[in-house]
Design a protein around this ligand. Structure first.
Ligand code: SF4
Length: 241
């Protein structure tokens, strides 16, 4: 069996220590709040540049209209789909984007509902990224949460925590691929673990690691680098911009 080098092993431990510290604090979280594969895909497209509450309203509109499947969405007049998606913001752009993603989904599943399961992950990812308006975060959210592929999703919270903890040099923390590679190298490639880890990071971002970090009670505080000025936050009401 190949021997894991000391450096890789140490960093794997670091990445997993973060995971366990967050799990101890928040519990065994599971993501994504949806009832079907198509609903996850719709949510992944609509959640760009808005909060989840607005996405829920738009999905609720689609559900009320019995349009939570690709064929029904594509059959809707564009003006009507725009109105249903209006609560999610940028609704005209998102209408076009959602239609393109639904066309992609329908093409694959029209004659065989399991067709997507037979396509290798790199091929699926390349197809998703080729759709106008689909970036890496949306593509990877679809791959992980809708299609159960072991792909780590990087979002603004992940990037911010990685930068503040200097997990990688700053320019590599900003780079989607480099940061994703870090997690792929140091966290076991399991759908369940990637799913939970991302959910835990989102909770950390929402509760502690916003634009003004609340490190004092954060479960990741002990992992801050010794040189970080954030370590000097000793009181609950102290924040650093
Ligand atoms: S709030 Fe502070 S301790 Fe928590 S993740 Fe952000 S920088 Fe780290």
């Amino acid at each position: 069996m190949a021997k894991i080098s000391g450096d890789v092993s140490r960093r794997r431990n670091t990445a997993m220590r973060y995971f366990h510290a967050l799990k101890d604090h928040f519990g065994d979280l599971h993501w994504w709040p949806a009832n079907s594969t198509v609903e996850v895909i719709i949510g992944a497209v609509l959640t760009q540049n808005t909060n989840w509450r607005n996405v829920e309203k738009a999905i609720g509109n689609l559900a009320d209209r019995r349009c939570l499947d690709a064929a029904a969405i594509l059959a809707l007049p564009i003006s009507e789909l725009e109105q249903l998606l209006r609560p999610s913001g940028y609704f005209r752009i998102k209408t076009q984007r959602l239609r393109r993603v639904m066309e992609w989904y329908a093409q694959h599943t029209r004659t065989d509902r399991d067709a997507l399961a037979k396509i290798p992950t790199p091929e699926l990812r390349a197809e998703l990224l080729a759709i106008n308006g689909v970036g890496p975060e949306t593509a990877d959210s679809i791959l992980l949460y809708a299609l159960q592929r072991p792909i780590f999703v990087i979002d603004a919270y992940t990037r911010r925590i990685a930068q503040r903890h200097a997990l990688l040099p700053d320019d590599r923390c900003r780079d989607y691929h480099s940061l994703q590679q870090y997690f792929h190298q140091h966290v076991p490639a399991q759908v369940g673990t990637y799913n939970k880890y991302h959910a835990l990071i989102v909770q950390t971002g929402k509760h502690f690691c916003g634009p003004r970090p609340q490190c004092t009670h954060c479960p990741l505080r002990e992992f801050l680098p010794a040189s970080s000025p954030l370590r000097r936050l000793d009181w609950p009401d102290q924040t650093v911009a």
